[in-house]
Design a protein around this ligand. Structure first.
Ligand SMILES: Cc1cc2nc3c(=O)[nH]c(=O)nc-3n(C[C@H](O)[C@H](O)[C@H](O)COP(=O)(O)OP(=O)(O)OC[C@H]3O[C@@H](n4cnc5c(N)ncnc54)[C@H](O)[C@@H]3O)c2cc1C
Length: 760
C-alpha cells in the first residue's frame, strides 16, 4: 500500500487478523492512503473464516478453502505482516508489546483479536477440555482425534459444552465426519456417542422457536444426547460434571462456550465490559483512547450490545477502515449502526442448513448450497486479487496533517528519493536507534560501539588467524526484524562454513529517507533482529555505516577466528572419492520469495522458509567438523549446483547428486514448477554445462531447484562414508530436521562434466 516514493508519515497497526481486519486490508489495498504504512501483527498466518469452519470439520472443505492467507493479503495491501502475538500495549509510548520481537510502534491502533475461552473458573477445564478457539489449536486436536478414531477400534464418547450456534454446528459436523470415517473403514458408526451440554434451558437461545425446533429434531434423529440446564462446573480427563450433580462420561471434551476478552487487555488501561471485551463507541473507537480502535468479538459496542458472531465482525470492517483513515487524517469519524436483525445460516453437517433471521426460519439442502455459494464468494475476495495498479508506484500528495518539523522532513525525504542520492542518516537518529540495543561485549574488542571512534580495534589472540567475509542485500521481506535476523545469519554463514568462530562485525545499512522517527524505528527493528543473531553467535557488533537509499538493505563485514595451524579449516577443495555429500537445510528460498513477491506463495511456505533462514549454521558446522568433514561451504546465491562446482573443481573429483534425496522447502517444487524463479536463476543456469546428463535431467521436477539461489542456506559438506550416518543423526538432534545425504563423491572420470544427476 505504501507507495515506494512516498515516505512513511504515519503507522496504522492492526493487531489480529480477524474478520474485520481482513476487510480493512482489502480496502486499503484497493485504495491506498499515501504516507500511511499498515502493519498487521497476527499469531496465525492463516486466519480461519468462521462461516466455513463447520464445513471443514465435516470434510466438505480443505484447510486452505476455509482460511484466509494473511501473508498474501497483507502483501496485496502493501502492508507489513508480522507473524507474532501481542501480549500488551504501552499506550503512552504508542507501542504494541509482542512475544517474539521488540515493541512495534503505532500512531493509530486497531484490535481485532476475537474472543478467548474462559475456562479458568471451571475446575479441570483448562487441563482436560479442548477450546474451539484459537481455531488453529482446536484444529491440531481435531486432526489427532480423527486419527485416533480411525486407528483405534472401540467406542469414543464426545461431549461438547456450549449450546449456541457454534456448539450445535460443531457437534453435528464432527459427528457427520467421524461416522463417515468409520463407515469408510467398514466399522460401526455407532461406536461414537455425542453429548451436548448447555447451561441454558434451551439450545440456540438467541434464535427463534422454529429454528430451535428444527435443531432439536436433527439432534434427536442423529442420536445426540442434549443436556439443557446443565452448567458444567467440573471437568476431568474422562468426565464432565454439572452443578446439578449429573455427569457425562467422555473421551474428548470440546469447549464452545463462555468466551471473554484476552486477559492481557486488563493491563492496557482500556475500559472493558464485564466479560473483558473492549468498550467502543459507534465509531469503533475505544471509549478510553481516541487512537485505539477495536472490532469484531473483542469489541463491546456500548450503544449496541451484539451477539458474538463473525457476521458483525465482517460488517464492521468497512466502517473501521474508513475511520482508521479519518483518524490519521484528523477528520471527523463516521458512526456505524449495526443491523438489528441478521441472517444466520446454520449447517447440520450433512450439506443441509437452517436459515434464521428474526422470527423467520427455513431449511433445506438448498439453504446449504446457498450458504456455500455465499461463503465461497466471500473467500474469493481475499484470495483472488485484482492486478496491482502501476499507479501505486507514483508518489501522490499525502492528506495527512503534519507539524512544521515533520513537513520539512517529509519534503526533504521526497527530494532525496527523486535525486536517488545517498546520504548519511542523522547521528541522533542512529544513536537513538542503536542506544537501546546491546551488542555482546568481548574482551578482544578494544574499541567498539561501547567507546565509538573512527574505526573499531580488535585484537587477534595469539595462535589465531583471522577470517574475513562480507555480504550485503536488499530487504526481500517487509518485516525488518526478521530481515535483520536473516541478513546477519547469512553473513555469519561463511565464517561457520570455514570452521571458524565469529568474533566481530560491522554493519552497512541503507534506510529509505523519511521522518526521523520512522527511520529510527525501522533501524531499531532491523538491528534488533541482527544483534540477536550476532549475540547468539558471540559476535560483537563493533561499528557500521548507515545511509539513506531507495530501499532498505543490510549487510555485514564479519571477522572470525580460526587456529593458526589451519587444522580446523574446512575448505571447498578437500572432497575425496567415496565421501558422501550432506546438506544441512532444505533449498528453495529463491523460487519461494520470487513467488511471494507475485502473491503466488502460501503464507505457511514463507513462514517455514524464514524459520529455516533464521537457523544458524554454527552448530551444524561444528558437527560436520567433528565428523571429519573433508570439505564444506554454505549455500548462497550461486545455488546448489554452483557451490558443488566450486567444490569439485579444486578437489579434483566428480560427484553424483541424488535429486530425489534433496531436502526441499515446502512449496518450492510447486512454485518452480509454475515457472516462478528468482531473477538470479538465469545466471546460475549457465552452469548446466557442468552436468553430465543435463538433457535427460532437465525434465525432472527438481531440476530447476539445483540452480535456485539461496539466502542463509544450509551447509554442504563431504563426509567420510563411515561417519555419514552418525553425522546425520547428530545434525538432526541439533535441530537440522531436514539434513540429508544428497549424493556421493566419485573419482574424477574422463568426462569434462564433473556432476552426474541421479534421477530416480
Ligand atoms: C464452530 C463455530 C462456528 C461459527 N460459525 C459462525 C457462523 O457461521 N457465522 C458467524 O457469524 N459466526 C460464527 N461463529 C462465531 C465466530 O467464529 C466469531 O464471532 C468470529 O470468529 C469473530 O471474529 P473476529 O474477527 O472478532 O475474531 P477471530 O475470527 O477470532 O480472529 C481473531 C484473530 O486474531 C488473532 N489473534 C488473537 N489474539 C492475538 C494476539 N494476542 N496477537 C495477535 N493476533 C491475535 C487470531 O490468530 C485470529 O487471526 C462460529 C464460532 C464457532 C466456534
Amino acid at each position: 500500500m505504501q507507495a515506494p516514493d512516498q515516505p512513511v508519515l504515519r503507522d496504522i497497526v492492526l493487531v489480529g487478523g480477524g474478520h474485520s481486519h481482513v476487510v480493512v486490508l482489502k480496502r486499503f489495498g484497493m485504495h491506498p492512503l499515501p504516507g500511511v504504512r499498515l502493519t498487521v501483527i497476527c499469531r496465525d498466518t492463516h486466519t480461519p473464516y468462521s462461516g466455513m469452519l463447520p464445513g471443514y470439520i465435516a470434510g466438505h472443505y480443505s484447510y486452505d478453502e476455509v482460511h484466509i492467507d494473511l501473508s498474501r493479503l497483507a502483501r496485496f495491501a502493501g502492508a507489513r505482516f508480522f507473524r507474532d502475538e501481542a501480549l500488551g500495549l504501552d499506550r503512552d509510548a504508542g507501542k504494541v508489546l509482542c512475544r517474539n520481537r521488540p515493541p512495534v510502534t503505532y500512531d493509530t491502533l486497531s484490535l481485532n483479536i476475537g474472543s478467548t475461552p474462559q475456562m479458568a473458573d471451571v475446575a479441570g477445564a483448562s487441563e482436560h477440555a479442548v477450546p474451539v478457539k484459537p481455531i488453529n489449536g482446536f484444529n491440531v486436536r481435531w486432526l489427532q482425534l480423527l486419527e485416533r478414531v480411525r486407528s483405534q477400534a472401540g467406542t469414543t464418547r464426545i461431549a461438547v459444552v456450549g449450546g449456541g450456534a457454534g456448539g450445535v454446528e460443531l457437534t453435528l459436523a464432527m459427528q457427520y465426519r467421524l461416522r463417515n470415517e468409520l463407515r469408510t473403514l467398514g466399522r460401526n458408526p455407532d461406536e461414537l456417542s455425542f453429548h451436548l451440554l448447555t447451561s441454558n434451558p434451551v439450545i440456540l437461545p438467541t434464535h427463534n422457536a422454529s429454528v430451535r425446533r428444527a435443531f432439536e429434531r436433527v439432534l434427536a434423529d442423529r442420536g445426540v444426547a442434549v443436556h439443557c440446564n446443565a452448567r458444567v462446573n467440573k471437568v476431568s480427563a474422562t468426565r464432565v460434571q454439572t452443578a446439578g450433580g449429573a455427569s457425562v462420561d467422555a473421551d474428548e471434551i470440546v469447549w464452545v462456550t463462555r468466551a471473554g476478552g484476552a486477559p492481557w487487555l486488563r493491563d492496557t488501561g482500556l475500559a472493558l465490559d464485564a466479560d473483558g471485551f473492549i468498550r467502543v463507541n459507534d465509531s469503533l473507537q475505544t471509549v478510553t483512547d481516541p487512537m485505539v480502535f477495536a472490532a469484531g468479538d473483542i469489541a463491546s459496542m456500548i450503544n449496541y450490545p451484539l451477539e458474538k458472531a463473525g457476521v458483525f465482525a465482517v460488517r464492521q470492517g468497512r466502517p473501521l477502515a474508513e475511520n482508521l483513515r479519518r483518524a490519521v487524517e484528523g477528520r471527523a469519524l463516521e458512526s456505524y449502526r449495526p443491523q438489528s436483525k441478521w441472517l444466520a445460516l446454520i449447517s447440520t453437517g450433512d450439506r443441509y442448513a437452517v436459515a434464521s433471521r428474526g422470527a423467520l426460519g427455513f431449511q433445506g439442502a438448498w439453504v446449504w448450497r446457498w450458504k456455500d455459494w455465499i461463503d465461497r464468494r466471500f473467500m474469493r475476495k481475499f484470495s483472488q486479487f485484482p492486478p496491482m495498479e502501476a499507479g501505486r508506484a507514483v508518489a501522490t500528495p499525502s492528506s495527512i496533517k503534519l507539524d512544521q518539523e515533520e513537513a520539512a522532513q517529509a519534503i526533504s525525504a521526497v527530494a532525496m528519493r527523486c535525486g536517488g542520492c545517498g546520504a548519511k542518516v542523522g547521528a541522533t537518529v542512529l544513536s537513538r536507534a542503536l542506544g537501546a540495543l546491546h551488542p555482546v561485549e568481548r574482551d578482544d574488542v578494544l574499541i567498539g560501539l561501547h567507546a565509538p571512534d573512527d574505526a573499531a580495534v580488535v585484537r587477534v589472540p595469539p595462535g589465531k588467524a583471522m577470517v574475513h567475509t562480507v555480504d550485503f542485500f536488499r530487504a526481500f521481506i517487509d518485516d525488518p526484524y526478521i530481515f535483520g535476523k536473516v541478513a546477519a545469519n547469512h553473513a555469519l554463514g561463511d565464517i561457520f562454513a570455514m570452521g571458524a568462530e565469529a568474533q566481530s562485525a560491522t554493519a552497512i545499512v541503507t534506510v529509505p529517507a523519511g521522518l526521523e522517527t520512522k527511520q529510527e524505528d525501522l533501524l531499531f527493528q532491523m538491528m534488533s533482529g541482527a544483534i540477536k543473531v550476532l549475540n547468539e553467535a558471540n559476535c560483537a557488533l563493533v561499528g557500521g555505516h548507515t545511509g539513506e537509499g531507495k530501499e532498505l538493505a543490510l549487510g555485514f563485514a564479519v571477522n572470525g577466528l580460526i587456529d593458526e595451524d589451519m587444522a580446523a579449516v574446512m575448505r571447498k577443495g578437500g572432497m575425496r572419492p567415496g565421501d558422501v555429500l550432506i546438506l544441512t537445510k532444505p533449498i528453495g528460498t529463491g523460487t519461494l520469495f520470487a513467488a511471494h513477491a507475485l502473491l503466488e506463495a502460501r503464507g505457511r511456505w514463507i513462514d517455514a522458509a524464514l524459520i529455516s533462514m533464521c537457523q544458524s549454521n554454527r552448530l551444524g558446522a561444528q558437527c560436520l567438523h567433528e565428523h571429519g568433514a573433508t570439505a564444506c561451504t554454505d549455500l548462497t546465491g550461486f545455488g546448489l549446483l554452483g557451490h558443488l562446482v566450486e567444490m569439485t573443481k579444486p578437489s579434483g573429483v566428480d560427484v553424483e547428486l541424488d535429486l530425489a534425496a534433496l531436502p526441499v522447502l515446502e512449496g518450492a517444487e510447486d512454485t518452480s514448477a509454475a515457472g516462478i524463479l528468482s531473477s538470479l536463476q538465469p545466471a546460475n543456469v549457465r552452469l548446466r554445462r557442468a552436468l553430465r546428463n543435463q538433457q535427460e535431467a532437465s525434465s525432472h521436477p527438481r531440476y530447476a531447484l539445483i540452480f535456485d539461489p539461496q539466502t542463509a542456506g544450509g551447509l554442504l559438506a563431504s563426509i567420510p562414508p563411515a561417519r555419514a550416518q552418525s553425522c546425520l543423526t547428530a545434525l538432526r538432534v541439533l535441530g537440522y530436521a531436514h539434513a540429508a545425504v544428497i549424493g556421493r563423491v566419485l573419482p574424477q572420470g574422463d568426462a569434462l562434466e564433473p556432476i552426474q544427476l541421479k534421477l530416480d
